[in-house]
Design a protein around this ligand. Structure first.
Ligand SMILES: [Zn+2]
Ligand SMILES: [Zn+2]
Length: 331
């Protein structure tokens, strides 16, 4: 249900952070919150910072700097977002009946917040960081009408982006992330069946807040024990606990094997022979500044390696353009 006061909250600047995803909260993550809703004050700014750090000397430096500029524009758009709406209690209850997450994009009609975010991103992004194809897509989107934008959003959310649309899809995805991240931050954990005192082990490979696939998993340092794994949502930035050594696509715990690139002990691909799916697992113990979406983009070489072996995943929303134009072959 919509948390009390959320109408006012939606019209106010982002709330002051109590925690952020970073070193200072690792202990808390290790304790294993079943679900962590995104922190609006830091989610995009930390991601942009991490992308800048990763870009330095990287083979895909130009691409990473472009995404850093995009994420910085997301941060600014979030701060200026007009009031929006969350699904009502009745809609959430209806979704639960058919097993849908409260913010599942297919469960109810989104409002126009995401288009406001898109306009802000298109106008505010540092155009000096955009390669020609991205600038062409940006300018085209500025001229696109409401109805066509809604069609593009539907296609992205349905995972139905054609290669010709990849460049515009990156901007559409960024705007939808802004709108969904704000909504997720305003959810009540009780809507997700978790809360203080409830020890629910999330057992789903899709986001409990919005039903989207994760970009990656993070394993917190666990002291004497093994740390928990949290998966991180590609759309709303919620993270949730998920059993280790278990396929995020089909749930199989059989025939799981790992691959990694030489020299990257902080990252492995967890590959499932049962469904030929894989997902990335980052180990915070050995590299503390990691940010799931940014580090996923910073390690596309691993995707190529396991892709060649026949394993597949849902791509990072910002990688559609890179992976479909053959640029990634230069990795
Ligand atoms: Zn989500
Ligand atoms: Zn599997």
């Amino acid at each position: 249900m919509v948390p009390p006061g959320s109408r006012e909250a939606l019209s106010k600047p982002p709330r002051t952070p109590s925690t952020g995803f970073g070193e200072s909260t690792l202990g808390e993550v290790a304790q294993g919150d079943p679900v962590r809703l995104p922190d609006l004050a830091t989610v995009f700014s930390k991601r942009a910072e991490r992308l800048q750090a990763l870009a330095e000397g990287h083979e895909l430096e130009g691409f990473l700097r472009m995404i850093a500029a995009l994420v910085a524009a997301q941060d600014a758009a979030l701060r200026d977002l007009p009031p929006g709406s969350l699904p009502g209690a009745a809609e959430i209850a209806k979704g639960k009946l058919v097993g849908r997450a409260p913010l599942d994009p297919s469960a109810w009609r989104r409002d126009g917040s995401w288009r406001a975010a898109l306009a802000h991103i298109l106008a505010g992004i540092d155009r000096g960081k955009l390669p020609e194809a991205a600038e062409t897509a940006r300018a085209a989107l500025e001229r696109t009408g409401e109805a066509d934008l809604e069609v593009l959003a539907d296609r992205f959310l349905e995972g139905n982006v054609s290669p010709q649309e990849a460049a515009v899809a990156v901007f559409v995805a960024a705007a939808l992330q802004v709108a969904w991240t704000r909504m997720a931050a305003l959810l009540d954990l009780a809507d997700l069946g978790v809360g203080p005192g409830k020890e629910v082990e999330a057992d789903t490979g899709i986001c409990p807040a919005c039903g989207s696939p994760p970009v990656a998993g993070m394993i917190a340092p666990g002291g004497t024990k093994f740390g928990h794994r949290h998966l991180h949502c590609s759309l709303c930035a919620t993270s949730w606990r998920y059993v280790r050594v278990r396929c995020v696509h089909c749930g199989s715990t059989d025939k799981i094997s790992f691959r990694n690139l030489a020299g990257t002990s902080f990252l492995r691909a967890e590959c499932c022979e049962a469904c030929l799916g894989y997902s990335k697992v980052f180990y915070l113990e050995s590299a503390k500044a990691l940010e799931p979406l940014a580090d996923d983009l910073g390690s596309l070489g691993l995707d190529l390696l396991v892709g060649e072996e026949g394993f597949a995943r849902v791509p990072n929303p910002f990688v559609l353009g890179v992976m479909t134009t053959g640029e990634a072959e230069s990795l």
